[in-house]
Design a protein around this ligand. Structure first.
Ligand SMILES: [Zn+2]
Ligand SMILES: [Zn+2]
Ligand SMILES: [Zn+2]
Length: 417
């Protein structure tokens, strides 16, 4: 089994940390326990150059750091924002791609430069529809792989409430035949996506979409592949389609922790559970609410909560270790004390995922104290309650003594709204 995080960003993407380079990406991947990492931003010329200088190809489409330093396998990846007008609406849709080698990234970058500026933002914006983009992508690189990024987010998701569509078929038109996976994004998890019939033929993938190193792997794919033998095409086939036999399970954020789970208005700190209350406007100022992911899933679903398709894969919800430590120590996650405890744990117990998933209470307690061990235990038992995120505000976690009340008890369905 190998954990893969296939959607990340470099320091060349907007609002991303300056400290993201190939070396620091490799180091944090090792710390986290990520074995396969998308390069992110591989259409940006400077990042391509850095990849060529720092990485060597070990097998077809799989790269690692040069010079024998500890390294995950890198696979060329990028996110492309398509901006266009369709159906009387301005559309902005983010698409993730994987490419079989750096050469093909270069030629795609030059092809796409006819449609937009490729070097100003690591996540380039092209003036073409999502369908046109996919068509051009496959004309340029027949072995590419594409999936809609964070498919439900209001502004940039293919099914998002503000600039998205009501189905993948509508979003990608005749090119939807080439969509075999979707990224659930932080604000939704597999059970929410199981409620949508169209998703039955898709692999549900999960990635961090990190803009800073610390966030790497906050969501990831657990692939059942041999890391010593796998080539690009094995990674692609592992996350392709309904069967996606190589996708053993996914690691998920609690969807409530994501920043578009509920409906809300950020300026007024106002949010609402769309399953219990259906209102369009902010109760404080009267402006329209940003309709979140939960509401959107409810709008498009024709199934009852709890429905599980045959193709369903196992998943686990995790809370990033740094947040558990910060919560237990009552100190901010960027403080020195929290950072030091994180490093001690990861050093002593090999990887962050080992601490979160496998390490024993005693092992954690010995290094970091009982309170942090208790927080990890509670998380594993699902004893967390979360104030859901909305309109760009992340949810807030509480570690609770009693299991939280399940709040998604209502049937989701078109009739309801
Ligand atoms: Zn995006
Ligand atoms: Zn992204
Ligand atoms: Zn308001």
């Amino acid at each position: 089994m190998v954990l893969a995080d296939l959607h990340i960003h470099s320091r060349f993407a907007m609002a991303c940390s300056d400290s993201i380079n190939m070396r620091s990406l490799a180091q944090t991947a090792i710390k986290k326990g990520i074995g396969i990492l998308g390069t992110g931003d591989i259409l940006h010329r400077q990042w391509i150059k850095e990849a060529e200088e720092e990485l060597e190809e070990v097998r077809k489409g799989m790269y690692r750091l040069k010079g024998g330093a500890p390294s995950p396998l890198f696979i060329p990846s990028a996110e492309v924002s398509t901006v266009f007008y369709d159906g009387g609406k301005a559309r902005k849709i983010h698409n993730c791609i994987l490419l079989p080698d750096i050469e093909s990234a270069k030629s795609l970058s030059s092809t796409l430069s006819k449609y937009g500026e490729m070097d100003s933002d690591g996540r380039p914006t092209v003036n073409m529809s999502a369908a046109e983009f996919v068509e051009v992508l496959f004309q340029t690189e027949p072995n590419a792989f594409v999936f809609p990024a964070h498919i439900w987010t209001p502004y940039f998701g293919a099914l998002g409430s503000i600039s998205g569509y009501d189905s993948i078929k509508e979003a990608y038109k005749d090119q939807s035949k080439r969509i075999h996976a979707i990224e659930t994004g932080l604000s939704s998890d597999p059970p929410m996506n199981w409620l949508i019939k169209e998703m039955d033929s898709m692999a549900l993938v999960s990635n961090s979409d990190m803009h800073s190193l610390m966030n790497k792997g906050r969501e990831a794919n657990n692939l059942n592949i041999d890391k010593e033998k796998a080539e690009y095409r094995d990674i692609v086939s592992s996350i392709k389609g309904r069967k996606a036999e190589g996708l053993a399970s996914t690691i998920e954020f609690y969807p409530e922790e994501g920043k578009y789970h509920y409906d809300g208005h950020r300026d007024c700190n106002f949010s609402v559970d769309p399953l219990t209350e259906h209102i369009q406007n902010c109760r404080v100022c009267g402006k329209p609410l940003v309709r979140g992911v939960l509401h959107r899933v409810a709008d498009l679903s024709e199934r009852t909560i709890g429905y599980m398709p045959e193709s369903a894969k196992p998943y686990i919800h995790l809370i990033p270790l740094i947040e558990l430590i910060s919560h237990s120590m009552h100190k901010g996650k960027y403080t020195k004390a929290v950072g030091e405890t994180y490093d001690l744990l990861v050093k002593g117990l090999s990887t962050e995922f080992n601490v979160l998933i496998d390490a024993s209470f005693d092992q954690i307690s010995e290094i970091a104290g009982e309170e942090i061990a208790e927080a990890v235990k509670m998380m594993r038992e699902g004893k967390v309650s979360i104030t859901p995120g909305y309109a760009g505000v992340f949810g807030k976690i509480e570690i609770a003594d009693a299991p939280p009340e399940p709040h998604k008890h209502k049937q989701l369905g078109l009739d309801e709204f």
